[in-house]
Write a protein that binds this ligand. Structure first.
Ligand code: GTP
Ligand code: MG
Length: 385
């Protein structure tokens, strides 16, 4: 066992960003909420613990509380910790969601997660509408890590569906789980494919802010952008590498998969993004974009102070309605096409029958003519005229 890792020199992001928001945040302390989502067994809980054990080492001033919030459906686990560095305080909340199954059409297992996010926006909005604005409970999710199973193939339809819904509500950060189970080559291809599907499906993912006035920071942000989806190895175990270092990692016959080794996975990049360089950006984009989006959608459909609307007026159901409508239109189009084909087939058939009929008619006419001829011939022969 090793000693706790040394605190990193660059520290948490709040202390590093000299801007207006920094002042506001420094005064009141920041709330930062991160959520992990994905199929079960992908290492969500392990990653949360890894983040805590590498970042929130006992050398830092923090306290960690486990608060098990039992939301009947979601059973999310809420872990709270307070980071303090210099005079800056960050109230960190991690929402660990139970994994959903990996079969298609299990909407019921992940819908509560989407609902949870909406409910936090709703709760915050209601508090804002109160005449007395005391300190609000704020569990709006600033970063949502979506875990992708390391199949090496591509995103599954279920991933796509969930990611689409999450992306319109929160800062969505896709991660490839258990990166140690893929070779570097396969990992590279897998990440590339995921990026392609994300683009092709129009899934909105978090784009790290690239600051224009600081070239080094901009460079770092670009590097983070390019690395998405981040590959992750989670472990709170201290293991010894072949060259004698003691690191957080996973031990294999072939060696050690190291959590904080950039050649092995992107854990450090992810940690840097959420805890250090982009925490404030995640907070402000949530506030200015996602929350504002929710608020405006709600304002359009209900009056000030009115309770949450009926299901059908809710934006979340609007999305569904939209989807249904689209599916309906598609089906109608398909039916129409089928009908047109059938109609054409009918016309062709009618033409064919008409031709047959014509042929039959002319055959009859020919026969009649022949008959006439015969009769004429017969008349002459019998000389009755
Ligand atoms: N190979 C490998 N295994 C991992 C990694 N992270 C976690 N695991 C293992 O995967 C198993 C499941 O990990 P959890 O962290 O419980 O997964 P989870 O996503 O929280 O699962 P649910 O809570 O059931 O949804 C455990 O045996 C972990 O040790 C990883 O990066 N690589
Ligand atoms: Mg778990």
């Amino acid at each position: 066992m090793s000693a706790a890792p040394a605190p990193s020199s660059d520290g948490i992001g709040i202390a590093n960003l000299p801007n207006q928001r920094h002042k506001i945040v420094a005064k009141s302390g920041a709330h930062f909420t991160i959520m992990v989502v994905g199929e079960s067994g992908l290492g969500k809980t392990t990653l949360v613990n890894t983040l805590f054990s590498t970042e929130l080492s006992p050398t830092k001033n923090y306290n960690k509380r486990h608060l098990k919030q039992l939301d009947k459906l979601t059973e999310v686990e809420i872990i709270k910790a307070e980071l303090e560095e210099k005079q800056f305080k960050v109230k960190l909340t991690v929402i660990d969601t139970p994994g959903f199954g990996d079969y298609v059409n299990n909407r019921d297992s992940w819908a509560p997660i989407v609902d949870f996010i909406d409910d936090q926006h709703e709760a915050y909005m209601r508090q804002e509408q109160q005449p007395e604005r005391k300190e609000k409970t704020d569990l709006r999710v600033h970063a949502c890590l979506y875990f992708v199973r390391p199949t090496g193939h591509t995103l599954k339809p279920l991933d796509i569906e969930i990611m689409k819904r999450l992306g319109t509500r929160v800062n969505l950060i896709p991660v490839v789980a258990k990166a140690d189970t893929l070779t570097q080559n396969d990992l590279h291809t897998f990440k590339q494919r995921i990026r392609e599907v994300i683009a092709a499906q129009g899934i909105r993912i978090y784009q790290p802010l690239i600051e224009t006035d600081d070239e080094a920071a901009a460079e770092h942000a670009r590097m983070l952008c390019d690395a998405m989806p981040f590959s992750i190895i989670g472990s709170t175990e201290d293991v010894q590498t072949a060259d004698g270092r003691v690191v957080k990692g996973r031990e294999y016959l072939w060696g050690v998969a190291e959590v904080e080794n950039e050649d092995h996975c992107d854990f450090k990049k992810l940690r840097s993004l959420v805890i250090r360089t982009h925490m404030l950006d995640l907070i402000s984009t949530t506030e200015d974009f996602h929350y504002e989006n929710y608020r405006q959608q709600q304002m359009e459909t209900r009056k000030f102070g009115e309770p949450k609307p009926r299901k059908l007026d809710n934006p979340k159901f609007k999305e569904e309605e939209e989807l249904l409508r689209k599916r309906f239109t598609e089906q109608v189009k398909a039916e129409e096409a089928r009908f047109r084909q059938w109609e054409q087939h009918l016309i062709a058939e009618r033409d064919r029958l008409n031709k047959d009929l014509e042929l039959a008619h002319s055959a009859i006419k020919a026969l009649e003519a022949e008959l006439d001829n015969l009769q004429v011939g017969y008349g002459r022969g019998s000389a009755r005229r």
